[in-house]
Design a protein around this ligand. Sequence first.
Ligand code: ZN
Length: 490
Amino acid sequence: MKNSKKGKNLISRRSSLKGVGAIGALAFLGSKTACGKEETFTGSDMTSDSSDTRKKIFKKVFQTPFIDTHEHLPDESERFGGSYYSYGGKSDDWTIIFGHYLCSDMRSAGMSEKNWKSFFSPKVDPLKKWSLLEPAWPYIKNTGYGQAVCIAIKELYGVEELSAKTVGKVQSSYEKVRQPGFYKRILCDLANIESCQVNSGDGFRETNMPTLLMQDIGIVGMLAGPNFELSKRPGIKVKSLADWHKVIDWWFDKYSKYAVAVKSKNAYDRNIDYEKVPAEKVEAIFNKKLDGQSLTNKEQKSLEDHLFWYAVDKATARHLPVKLHTGYYAIWGELKPRMPLSRLVQNPGAATALCRLSPETRFVFMHICYPYYEEMISIAKLYINAYIDMCWAWLINPIAAKDFLKKFLVTAPANKVLTFGGDYSPVEPVLGHATLARRGVTLALSELVEEGWLSLDEALELTDPIMNGNARNIFNLAEKTKALKNVKWG
Ligand SMILES: [Zn+2]
């Protein structure tokens, strides 16, 4: 199906207004937000001076491109004919944008397992899906997850309020927007994102859009030990720990030049308390695993600890920063959520040990370790090699994210923070997340000026570094872009 005339107009109108941040401008200075509430950013309770400050900061923040430091976007071509990240099969309808992350709030608000599965099922008529969502909708539309979806629905589909009346328009507009070129249109033209950094699972993905969807090397599978998926490409038959080291070497030799960082989400299964364990101490454990024998928890930890440092030392030698998941968990399709806070609370302490153990490694601690974010500011303040990435944070708790940024800028050096990563699989709600993040950055800077901690000029000067300059420096993006511009895979 071709873009309708109306769809094209929407895009071109937005594009032409990009200079002042069209999407945000409507939400921020206009009368309504995406979810239909009155805005108070420039409200009458403020003096005209503070209102003027907000307008100036707002304009600067919405004109400034983000470098998006964390996404899970598949290649655009993979989105046609259905999406692999929906539940119960390949769905290709408006509910895709709920599948990551609003699905989680739907469940915790009390939606039944049966309705939840039907909502994402390709076998259910898309127009009938509204009635499944309707009972939970009033309770979840105001969360960060909900607001990002509302903004996407409004800005991409021109629908103010999702309802029985509008679901048909949402579905037909979904199809009109999801056409070749929609990644660039949504990410660059509408969300004003310069480039993304994508985590595509283990190893490295040779994407069709190498300078827009830059890639991390995923290391979590490397830490687990022998894994056919990772040894298949190098064509190495793994019979010993030394062979497994060769598999890891292969990925780094082949892709370090093109990768922006390495990434591990191992914190979903354990604390990030990796000790330096020499190879000779884990050879027997590795062989046991190779034989298919089960390992004790202690053995598993030793093996992962050893392999973590093997991969991290490679990354450090190749000047690749190491991105580690910390804090809050996403549940994806898991119907029985798990998130042991007793373990998450130990992430900041373990992070300081990593910084001490490898001073040459640049560690990027992701997601502000929500809800333990105050600790992360102290880590960035003291450790030269610690950086904090706010990816996902505006979605989890937008107000906590704003407070984090505000406190960070008067506590730790401003070159140690990264302010945006959409952290999505579907591309559509990245637009909503970027808008929430810009709103939060504007508020954090405005409040710092209004409270007397920064001058207006100082706030404006910080905008470029925290929205894109820090990412450019930390991930050597000029060099990476040069390498990726002319890359021929295969
Ligand atoms: Zn992620």
